[in-house]
Design a protein around this ligand. Structure first.
Ligand code: AOF
Ligand code: ZN
Length: 366
């Protein structure tokens, strides 16, 4: 990979990252057209998933696309969807060279986009900045290959390992800088997921509160096996403004379903597991079917551990604050998640400090 290719691919990745969380069911792809070292066109998958990135970048370049190089963060599509294939548009525009970061595992594409370009005599280079692209496209890749959205688990803990003190007592563990990072993850997610324990104990709003980004609050999802979510909570009261989904089991009582629906909350029933709780794999499969690709899970420790037990965690960020609890409380990391972290099933890939808080991110190793 040349330095020039790496540089323009970084720009394409930055463009693609802009619309993360807003293009589902499609991935957010970035594209840059470069002619004689100058950027003549750029594009990102539009909100809602169409148009794709490449036709927008080509339209901006116009005649300058002839003989130019196109950088794109995902293999250009080759299928006839609601729009004609991007690979055909690239050939028609007279692009001479295409540099891509990641093959698209979508069975309608899966190498055919690259093949179509090569057949037309275009020089194609693949896998440039592949790891970065794999991270940004994780939601799309997970949905296509596992039939569910990717799941990023976020946990906060005190240095002595607790998420909460006395039963359901709320603890402020992280400071404003880490909170800003969490809000950015939220903005880049298609949905934020919590368990009923967290919904009741913290009464969270699960909105994006960052200057300039507050208009992009993702779908809020509560896992609530017995429909215990109260009408007085922020989640229920705000459901008319911010889409809110409660997932429950098929055995859940009918009355709270009607109550939630009257507030604008959507209730989705899925299969129960042998203990009568929501079957988490079934819940995530149902979300994948709806087109969701990126889920950020913010709690709490019981749900986190159940997700680890069901092997549904793709990324996990543990943020440790500076102040110990100093007494006994609710452990932040349960036994299954602990085993995944300590045995390397989730392996550390990044450590970052946000003021006094330290965030370690772990990634699924298989
Ligand atoms: C691209 N460029 O910007 C994106 C792509 O339903 P459709 O027709 O919009 O196709 C969706 C598929 O296209 C999606 O599953 C993924 O494989 C690819 N997304 N491809 O060439 C883009 N967003
Ligand atoms: Zn396309």
């Amino acid at each position: 990979m040349s330095d020039t290719d790496a540089r323009f691919m970084r720009l394409a990745l930055a463009l693609g990252a802009r619309n993360l969380g807003r293009t589902w069911p499609n991935p957010s792809v970035g594209a840059v057209v470069v002619k004689d070292g100058c950027i003549v066109g750029q594009g990102v998958t539009a909100i809602g998933g169409r148009p794709h990135a490449e036709p927008q970048a080509l339209a901006m370049a116009g005649e300058a696309a002839r003989g130019a190089t196109l950088y794109v963060t995902l293999e250009p599509c080759s299928h006839h969807g609601r729009t004609p294939p991007c690979s055909d548009a690239i050939v028609a525009a007279g692009i001479a060279r295409v540099v891509t970061a990641l093959e698209d595992p979508d069975p309608r594409v899966a190498g055919r986009g690259h093949a179509r370009l090569r057949e037309a005599g275009i020089a194609v280079e693949t896998d440039v900045a592949r790891e970065d692209a794999a991270r940004d496209n994780l939601g799309h890749v997970t949905r296509v290959t596992r039939g569910r959205p990717s799941l990023h688990l976020k946990l906060a803990r005190t240095p002595d390992g607790f998420a909460a003190g006395a039963p359901d007592q709320r603890l402020r563990i992280t400071g404003p800088i880490a909170d800003g990072a969490v809000h950015l993850w939220r903005a880049h997610a298609d949905a934020i997921l919590v368990g009923i324990g967290t919904a009741r104990a913290d009464d969270p709003s699960l909105t994006v509160r960052l200057p300039g980004l507050s208009a992009r609050s993702p779908l809020r999802i509560v896992l609530d096996s017995n429909l215990r979510l109260q009408p007085s909570t922020h989640l229920v009261r705000g459901a008319c403004d911010i889409p809110t989904l409660v997932i429950t089991t098929r055995n859940a009582p009918a009355h709270p379903k009607r109550m939630l629906a009257s507030f604008g909350v959507e209730v989705l029933s899925v299969a129960a597991d042998s203990t009568g709780r929501i079957d988490l794999s079934a819940a995530l499969a149902a979300l994948g079917e709806r087109g969701l690709t990126r889920i950020c899970c913010e709690g709490g420790p019981r749900l986190a551990d159940a997700l680890a037990q069901a092997d549904l965690v793709d990324l996990c960020t543990v943020i440790t604050g500076p102040a110990p609890l100093g007494s006994s409380g609710l452990p932040a990391i349960g036994p299954y998640l602990d085993a995944s972290l300590s045995r390397g099933h989730l392996k550390p890939v990044e450590t970052r400090d946000y003021g006094p808080d330290r965030a370690v991110t772990y990634e699924r190793s298989v």
